[in-house]
Design a protein around this ligand. Structure first.
Ligand SMILES: [Zn+2]
Length: 130
């Protein structure tokens, strides 16, 4: 999840050179860190054993939550489901035409893991709903 985020971030930064839409991103990692520490401490205080598996699961859940919060500040053009996108058999990816005339493309594997896709031409994003 974290790796995917990083990947997305790279794409976003490439997509928008002005950077001003990424304000607040710096706080993203500490936020997750603090939330995780709280969660682990709470569980331990309540006498629960916290396994690595549980931590990963919880980190993912929080990451999804935070990602959702963060999208508020991003230029999300539309929320679409994969069914709204065109399936490209040759490239094994979903695509959607942006209002600028560019294209949003996401591979089948990416579609399972990421929720934000950026246009290949402008700085707009779409959010894939599951
Ligand atoms: Zn576009």
């Amino acid at each position: 999840m974290i790796r995917d985020w990083r990947k997305q971030e790279d794409q976003l930064q490439k997509a928008d050179k002005s950077k001003h839409t990424f304000r607040g991103n710096a706080a993203k990692w500490p936020q997750l860190d603090v939330a995780m520490k709280e969660w682990i401490t709470n569980h331990r205080n309540n006498g629960f054993t916290v396994s690595t598996k549980m931590i990963i699961y919880e980190a993912k859940r929080i990451a999804v939550e935070k990602e959702h919060e963060l999208t508020q500040g991003w230029p999300v053009d539309a929320q679409v489901s994969l069914e709204d996108m065109a399936w490209n058999l040759n490239d094994h990816c979903y695509s959607l035409i942006c209002r600028c005339g560019g294209k949003y493309t996401v591979s089948q594997k990416e579609a399972e893991e990421v929720s934000l896709v950026c246009c290949d031409t402008c700085s707009l994003l779409i959010e894939i709903l599951r």
